[in-house]
Design a protein around this ligand. Structure first.
Ligand SMILES: Nc1nc2c(ncn2[C@@H]2O[C@H](COP(=O)(O)OP(=O)(O)OP(=O)(O)O)[C@@H](O)[C@H]2O)c(=O)[nH]1
Ligand SMILES: [Zn+2]
Length: 387
C-alpha cells in the first residue's frame, strides 16, 4: 500500500483515515492477528501477548529468521517487568527509567509461556528458566506503540514484536493492518475526544423524574459517554457535577466490592435535591483498564494485593483514566464551572487541567461494608482520597 501523504489530504480526511487504520489494527490484535507499525524503512510486526496463539507466533518467528533483523521480542511495561522481577525474572541492574521494556525471549518460546509472562493471574511459572535478557535496539516508537495498541484493545499491556524491513512486509501482514508509528500520536489526540452529540432522550429516574440522557460518541467510534442532566440546568452559576466512571459490577449488579453503585444513585439524588446538575457516566470501566482486566485485578486482590498494586502487577498505571472527554462534554453542555461531587483529588486537578473551573469539591462519601472496607482504605491511604 502506498503510504498516505498527510499534506496531500484534507485534514479531516487524513484524521479519519489514520483513525480507521488504528481501529482496524486494534480489532486485529484482539483476534490474535499480526499488525505492523512502520517508521522510516523499518517495520515491526506485532501480536498482542494475551491473544497470541501458536500459528501466528510461528509467522513472527518465520519473519525473524527470514528478515535477519533480529529475534522475537516481548514488550512489557516497566510496572509488569518489576512484578516479574519479584517472581524471579533476573534483569541487569541500573536499567534506564523507561516506561516500556523490550525483552528478548529466545526463538522457541511457546505461545502459552508468552501469555503467562503477560498475565499475573495464571499459575506460577519459572521466570528464570525463560532466560530473558534486555535488548535495547528497538525504536521507542515501536515499543511504546505496541503497548498503546494493546491498551487500546483493552488487552493486557504486553506484545510480541519482530523487526523486519519495510520492503518485505507484503509477505507477513495484510496491508489493512499496517500503520505509521507516528499516526498513533495523532490517534491519541483525537480518539478519546472530538465527541459528537448523537442522541438524547428524556428518561425519568427514581428520585429524579426530570432527567435527560445525552449520548456523546468519540471520534474513533468507541463506546459512547453519557451525560445525565437532572432538572433544568442553570449554567449561570457553578453546576453541581459528578464524574462517574462506569462500573458494571457495582452499578448494575450491586457488587459490594466497591462503592460505585451507592455513589451513582447517591449522586443522582444529591443533584436532584439541589435542584439541577449533571452526572457524566464515563465509559472508563475499571479506572480505564476495562472490565476483563478489572476482573483480573480482583483475582490479584483476592491473593493479597491491594487495588493499586493489582493494577501495577497487570502492567497498568494506578489509574488510566483521561479527563479530556469529561471536560469536552461539559463544554458542549455550556458548563464552564462546576462544584464537583468527589473524594478523589485527581479528578479535581484532572478536570481543571482540561479547562473546567472547579470552584468547590463536594464530598461524596458512603458507609463501607465488610467487602469494600479494604478497597476504601486503600483509596484513602494510597490514592489520597479524602474521606
Ligand atoms: N482497576 C480497578 N478498577 C476498579 C476497582 N474497583 C473499582 N474500580 C473502578 O473504579 C472506578 C470507580 O471510579 P469512581 O467512582 O470515579 O471513583 P474514584 O476515582 O474513587 O473517585 P470518587 O468516587 O469520585 O471519589 C470504576 O470505573 C470502577 O470500575 C479495582 O479494584 N481495580
Ligand atoms: Zn465499582
Amino acid at each position: 500500500m502506498t503510504p498516505i501523504d498527510p499534506a496531500a489530504l484534507d485534514p479531516s480526511v487524513w484524521t479519519a483515515t489514520c483513525l480507521a487504520q488504528v481501529e482496524r489494527a486494534v480489532a486485529e490484535l484482539r483476534r490474535g492477528g499480526v499488525v505492523a507499525l512502520l517508521e522510516g524503512d523499518q517495520a515491526a510486526l506485532l501480536l498482542a501477548a494475551e491473544t497470541v496463539e501458536q500459528p501466528a507466533l510461528a509467522t513472527l518467528q518465520g519473519a525473524s529468521t527470514t528478515g535477519k533483523k533480529g529475534e522475537v521480542r516481548l514488550v512489557l511495561t516497566s510496572e509488569r517487568t518489576q512484578a516479574l522481577q519479584k517472581r524471579g525474572l533476573s534483569l541487569p541492574a541500573n536499567l534506564p527509567a523507561d516506561d516500556v521494556r523490550v525483552l528478548s525471549v529466545g526463538g522457541a518460546l511457546a505461545a502459552e509461556a508468552i501469555r503467562q509472562l503477560a498475565d499475573p493471574t495464571v499459575a506460577a511459572f519459572d521466570a528464570q528458566a525463560l532466560g530473558v535478557a534486555v535488548v535495547g535496539d528497538v525504536s521507542p516508537a515501536f515499543a511504546q506503540g505496541a503497548i498503546e495498541l494493546a491498551k487500546a484493545a483493552r488487552l493486557l499491556p504486553a506484545a510480541i514484536l519482530v523487526l523486519v524491513s519495510r520492503a518485505g512486509l507484503d509477505h507477513w501482514v495484510d496491508p489493512a493492518f499496517r500503520m505509521e508509528a507516528r499516526d498513533l500520536a495523532h490517534w491519541r489526540r483525537n480518539a478519546a475526544s472530538n465527541l459528537r452529540r448523537v442522541s438524547s432522550a428524556r428518561v425519568p429516574l427514581e428520585g429524579a423524574e426530570e432527567a435527560e440522557i445525552i449520548a456523546f460518541r468519540p471520534h474513533d467510534g468507541g463506546k459512547e459517554h453519557l451525560a445525565i442532566i437532572i432538572g433544568k440546568l442553570d449554567t449561570t452559576r457553578p453546576v453541581l457535577t459528578r464524574l462517574h466512571s462506569e462500573c458494571f459490577t457495582g452499578d448494575l449488579l450491586g457488587s459490594l466490592r466497591c462503592d460505585c453503585g451507592e455513589q451513582l444513585r447517591g449522586a443522582i439524588s444529591a443533584i436532584s435535591q439541589s435542584g439541577n446538575g449533571v452526572l457524566l457516566y464515563l465509559a472508563q470501566e475499571g479506572r480505564g483498564i476495562g472490565l476483563v482486566n478489572k476482573l483480573r485485578a480482583y483475582r490479584l486482590q483476592d491473593a493479597g494485593a491491594d487495588t493499586l498494586d493489582a493494577n501495577l502487577q497487570l502492567g497498568f498505571g494506578a489509574d488510566e483514566r483521561l479527563y479530556q472527554p469529561a471536560a469536552e462534554m461539559l463544554q458542549q453542555l455550556g458548563v464552564g464551572a462546576v462544584r464537583l461531587l468527589t473524594n478523589n483529588p485527581d479528578k479535581v486537578t484532572g478536570l481543571a487541567q482540561c479547562g473546567i473551573n472547579v470552584t468547590e469539591r463536594v464530598p461524596h462519601v458512603f458507609p463501607s461494608n465488610d467487602h469494600n472496607e479494604r478497597y476504601l482504605s486503600t483509596k484513602a491511604m494510597r490514592f489520597g482520597h479524602m474521606f
